[in-house]
Each structure stands twice: as C-alpha cells, then as structure tokens.
Design a protein around this ligand. Sequence first.
Ligand SMILES: Cc1ncc(COP(=O)(O)O)c(C=O)c1O
Length: 421
Amino acid sequence: MNLQERDKNHLWHPLTQHKLHPDSIAITKAKGCVLIDENGNEYIDAIASWYTCMYGHCNEYITSRVSKQMQKLDQVVFSGFTHEPAIKLSEALIKILPENQNKIFFSDNGSTSVEIGIKMALQYHFNKGEKRNTLIAFEEGFHGDTFGAMSVSGLSVYNGPFEDFFLEVKRIPAPNGENNNEILKYLEDIIVTNNVAGFVYEPLVQGAAAMKMHDAEGLNGILKLCTENNIVTVADEVMTGFGKTGKHFASLHLETKPDIICLSKALTGGLLPMALTTCSQKIYDAFFSDDISKGLFHGHTYSANPLACTAALASIELLQTDGIQENIKIIIASHQDFGNRIQSHPKVKSIRQLGIIFALDLNVEMERYGNLRDKLFKFFMNNGIFLRPLGNTIYIQAPYVITKEQLDKVYQVIEDALEIV
Ligand SMILES: Cc1ncc(COP(=O)(O)O)c(C=O)c1O
C-alpha cells in the first residue's frame, strides 16, 4: 500500500471533509521551492506551505543551526528557567519590531498567539480595575481556530457549532478608502455604548478573506481612535509578519503602532512550530505587580523551545541579508509586471498586491470549497504548481528564494488556468 492509501486508515486532516476529499497527496521530500510526492511528481510551492517556508524548504542555514543546537539543549521548562536561544531571539526581534514593542511571550501556533493577545487585552483592563468585556474585529477577519481566535474571526461559515460559546465581539467593515469616515462614526458609537477592551485585526491584508487589502489611512484612523480610548490594539501579523508586505512587519507601514503583535508562520522559516505575542512596556507594566494574580497565567509546555528559537533566530538573520531583501524587491517587481499583463484579461475581475502578496479575482462566482475551486486546484497541481484558490481568488505568496524561472512558470500556469474557468 502506498502512503496515500495508508493515510486513510488512521489520519484525520485539518479543514477536510474526508467523505468528499478522501485523498491526500503524500509528500516525501521538499527542497527550496519544490515539493516532491511519493510518485516523484514535483510541485512549486507557490504559497510557501501556508506562508511559512519563506527561505525555502529544508534551508541549510536554518537546519544546520538547529542541528547544532540539538546537540546542546533540546527542551527545558520556560517557567523559572531561561536559555540563550530565547534571549538571542528576543534581542534580534526587538531590533526589527515596531519601536514600541518591548516584551515577548511564547506559544506554539498562530491561534494561540492571538488567544494570548486577547487575554493580555482583557486582563490589562481587569488589572487596572476596569471591567471591559467587548472586543472589536473586522468583518471577514481570520485569526485561528481556538475559541478566542474564532470569536474575533468573522469568517464564520465553519464556526456554526461553537457560536453560542464565543466572546462578546462587535464587527466593523474593513477600510477601503471610501468608507473610512463611515467606519469611524460607527466605531465611535460602539465605543460609547460598549466597554471595549481591545481591537484585534490583520493589518493591511486579511489573508483568509482572500487577501483582502485595506486602505492604510483608514486603518490608521481606526487605530488612532482606539488608542485615544485606551482600547488595546492587537495586530495579528501571523501571516503578514517577516517581510511579506515589503517591510519586515505590516505595522511598519502604519503611523499608529499596535500595543500587541501576534507572530508565527514565517517566524521559524517553516522548520518548527512556534508563535509569539509581543507587547509594549505599557501593557507589560499592567501585569507587573506584587500581587501574584496580576501576572499572565498562561503557559504551554513547549514555550520557547530552544530548537524553535534557534530556527527563528536563523530565519531572522536570513530575512535581513541583502540577498533576501533583493529577492523580495525582484518578486515585487515581477508581480507588478504580471499584474499589468493580466489585469485586462476578460476572465480577470481585479488584481491587488502588497509586497510579495499578489491576488487576482476571477470574473466568475465560485464557492469557497466548491467544484470549480477544486477543478482549479487540480489544474494547478497537474501542472506542477501548488496554489490553493480561495473562492474565486487565486493568490501567490511564494518563498523569497523562488527563482525567476519558477515564478514565470507560476504566472504561465495561472494564465493557462484562466482558459478553463
Ligand atoms: C492572520 C492569521 N492569524 C492566525 C492564524 C492561525 O494560525 P495557526 O494556523 O498557526 O493556528 C492564521 C492562519 O492562517 C492567520 O492567517
């Protein structure tokens, strides 16, 4: 029996209705931008395995650093203990994060980084003796699959069974330049009539909402109004972090800096799971007390795993190299050329781009997980490209190390796909 068949015996995959989609492609090897399956087929990973492997799969710089660390210290409890990989990582991060960020809290995945951001926001007010119980979030936001993260996520199609158990959330539209003032008025009303603790948002690009992009000025206005009302702002940079938007963090494009930032995915270059919730000194100070109960009583067994910290440190070093920064510029320019070429195609409704994130909406209506979407996905895979269309949106978020040749192939296959929709 091959791997694909053996998989069916005991495995339950994420975001999968197994009755409709029984087959999973068995990947046996990955190198650079290429995934190889058990039959030897090769696929260019044009979404960097959910935006993680930005420096290429099995990147030798990262793997060799982790391999050395493995011989020295593998895992230790992070309550009452500390270690060099975590300390070095914190020092490297603080240098590149927005200047108001000063403290770093570890967890394991994007959802938990948001969960912690929400807890920090709620407890910040609680510790100050204020009972604020409402959160604000964008319509169609996506922040993960744990309860707090699901509560602030507006893409509720799959949250049905759980909605009765959610936190109190008021939703606002994302700013598009035309609705900026309207949103501010609406937000003012929400602030007056509710005890708002925090605003959780994906800055500038809402990934799961099919790479929906914001008007930066509009977002700035929202952040300013929140800050003026002492509403804790929580930037979910799980997807946008580490160079995707053309700057190290999306928040660096904005004037008003968030109180809290959530990070994961590209943090470790895709090698190991880890997440961070960073915050300003102001937030941290609200927890710093003689009273033990004012501390943040949240912790995961693998918090600050030394191997994951080492992978993250190596990844951040790579991000800052001239080579990667140059590649980012080349990808941005290539996407612009591709966008110009394709935008007048009759099957293309619109295109958008921020940094290396490129998205194209098709002129056809498609369900998020419908037949046409599946047909497109199969077409891409049959042509050696791993892309996951979101409804009628095709998007690219390729590793920074993608070659010109590979990128041209991705563009070509997308153009070819327009003929089958
Ligand atoms: C913006 C954003 N936040 C949170 C998450 C959840 O991260 P994870 O899947 O690691 O829990 C995702 C995942 O796609 C995301 O894109």
